[in-house]
Every structure is written in structure tokens, then in C-alpha cells.
Design a binder for this molecule. Structure first.
Ligand code: SAM
Length: 280
């Protein structure tokens, strides 16, 4: 296995800095630098880009992003124990790595970044979904990021890329696919991590579209989709009763049969319904 940089192997880094993984921080580390470089390559051409990395931990993916040519990496890490290991990486890549110690859910990274910006992260599941929703729902579109390359539990990754008619299809798929291209680019077994988690993982790559795939008001679309999937086994005419008056007429106007269920409705049809609901 060839080294991607002149820094010590990650197992040594972990031992030197006593970085025993903590469950409370969702720590499952990637220690194979060839694998982290491979994940970094899935993030696209990094040269000339600032990369925002959340949760660098001992720095495996960070090193991959830097060795793959990122102009700068801004890494936000909650665990203070990781700071000395990350400082060693910053020293090996002068002027290219800035580390902020803190909670990614509370820090606005924009002030530290210069476009073009890509995001890459291997995060705990709950933080990852929360951040994904935030990245997909900014006040203005296009967002500050060009792409998101994120590790998820495989089942969550499948929900992001799901198509109508599948069990995984729901709010997350519609939210992601309305304004981004989303695909699973890598599947990883539990043994790829130290310690291994209970479930398999997958890397999802999302590219921001210049504008939404179909026109709709974001708040109305969100309201319609939430109501439809909150009662996903019900027919839309009853699931959406509280959303707007004359819902059956609006469903017809959008080309949807009122007896259909949320899971069968395409993104395009949901957007048409959001427009019909927004109409006077
Ligand atoms: N990126 C490293 C890797 O691939 O080996 C570590 C991945 S580990 C799954 C998740 C990392 O996110 C841990 O280092 C953990 O301390 C950090 N983390 C957890 N919650 C966080 C938060 N709210 N903000 C920033 N970092 C967080």
C-alpha cells in the first residue's frame, strides 16, 4: 500500500494522541489512507476549491482531501483530543488546513471560506442528516456549496437517492433531488471503520443544480410533502385534507389522482401540486 503523504500511519496517530473512539461522538474512524483518498476523489476536482470538512477526527479524510489537491480545507471538529493530530497535518500542508474546534451545528463556516466551495464529511448519522437538510434548505439558491460528498448509514443513503414506488422514497429523496443531483458513489462494509459500526455505510455525492429541477415555492412544497408522507399509507385526498381547501380539485389540476398515495408521486408531480396549492 503506497503512502499518500509523509505523515505517520493513522494507527500510529491514534496511539500517539490516545484517540480512543468515543461512542457519544459517533466516532468510527477510517484508517486506510488509500480509501480516504478514494473518497476525496469522489468529491470532484478539488484543485482551486475550498473544502469544508465536518468531523475530521484523527484526519484520515482530511489528508485525502489535501493530497488530492484541495486549495484549502476548513475542518470543524468537536473533539478537543483531535487538535494535536490535526495540527500536525496543518504543519505538513502549510497554509492549506484551518481547524476550528467546535460543534458544526453551531458554527457558520461561510466567513472562513472562499468560493468555489465543496463539502466532504464522514459524520455521525444524526448530525449528518441534520446538516444535509440545512445544506439543502438555504434561504437563497444556488447555495454556497457546489457539491456535498457525505458518508451515511447505507439505509439513509438509499433514502436520499430513492425513486418513486420504493419503500425508501420520501421527504429526504424529494428534498435532495429537487435542487441537486444525488447518487451513491461508494458502498462501505462495517469493517472499513475502526471500530466497526453495526451497519453498512455509503458515500453520497450531491451536486447543486443552478436552479430547482421544477418550479415551486420551497415552503409550500415542504408543507405538501410533509403532510403527504406523514400519512404515507393514506390516499392523498385525505392525507392532504388540512393543507388547502378544495384539495381534490388541486390534485386534479396537478394531474394527480386523489386516490393515489404519496409514495407513487414523482417529484415533478409534487412540484405541480405545490403550485396548485399556492394558487388562490
Ligand atoms: N472523519 C474522520 C474519519 O473519517 O475517520 C472521523 C469520522 S467519525 C465518524 C465522526 C467525527 O465527527 C468524529 O471525529 C467526531 O468527534 C466528530 N463530530 C461529532 N459530532 C460533531 C459535531 N456536532 N460537530 C463537529 N464534529 C463532530
Amino acid at each position: 500500500m503506497s503512502a499518500i503523504d509523509s505523515l505517520p500511519p493513522l494507527r500510529d496517530v491514534i496511539e500517539t494522541h490516545e484517540l480512543r473512539a468515543r461512542k457519544s461522538l459517533g466516532q468510527n474512524f477510517l484508517l486506510d489512507l488509500n480509501l480516504t483518498a478514494r473518497i476525496a476523489r469522489q468529491a470532484g476536482d478539488l484543485t482551486g476549491c475550498d473544502v469544508l470538512e465536518i468531523g475530521p477526527g484523527p484526519g484520515g479524510l482530511t489528508r485525502g482531501l489535501l493530497s488530492e489537491g484541495a486549495r484549502r480545507v476548513l475542518a470543524i471538529e468537536k473533539d478537543a483530543r483531535c487538535m494535536p493530530a490535526l495540527a500536525e497535518i496543518a504543519e505538513a500542508y502549510p497554509g492549506r488546513l484551518q481547524v476550528i474546534e467546535g460543534d458544526a451545528l453551531e458554527i457558520d463556516p461561510l466567513a472562513y471560506l472562499t468560493p468555489p466551495i465543496r463539502v466532504a464529511a464522514n459524520l455521525p448519522y444524526n448530525v449528518g442528516t441534520e446538516l444535509l437538510v440545512r445544506w439543502l434548505t438555504p434561504k437563497d439558491w444556488p447555495p454556497y456549496w457546489q457539491s456535498l460528498t457525505l458518508m451515511f448509514q447505507r439505509e439513509v443513503a438509499q433514502r436520499i437517492v430513492a425513486a418513486p414506488g420504493s419503500k425508501a422514497y420520501g421527504r429526504l429523496a424529494l428534498l435532495a433531488q429537487w435542487r441537486a443531483d444525488a447518487q451513491i458513489v461508494l458502498n462501505l462494509p462495517p469493517e472499513a471503520f475502526t471500530p466497526p459500526p453495526k451497519v453498512s455505510s455509503a458515500v453520497v455525492h450531491l451536486t447543486a443544480l443552478a436552479e430547482p429541477r421544477y418550479p415551486a415555492d420551497a415552503a409550500v412544497l415542504n408543507r405538501v410533502v410533509a403532510a403527504a408522507f406523514n400519512q404515507r399509507r393514506k390516499m392523498l385526498r385525505s392525507a392532504l385534507k388540512g393543507v388547502a381547501p378544495d384539495i381534490e380539485d388541486r390534485l386534479h389540476a396537478a394531474g394527480i389522482k386523489p386516490t393515489e398515495r404519496a409514495e407513487q408521486i414523482s417529484l415533478e408531480a409534487f412540484c405541480a401540486l405545490a403550485r396548485a396549492v399556492a394558487a388562490p
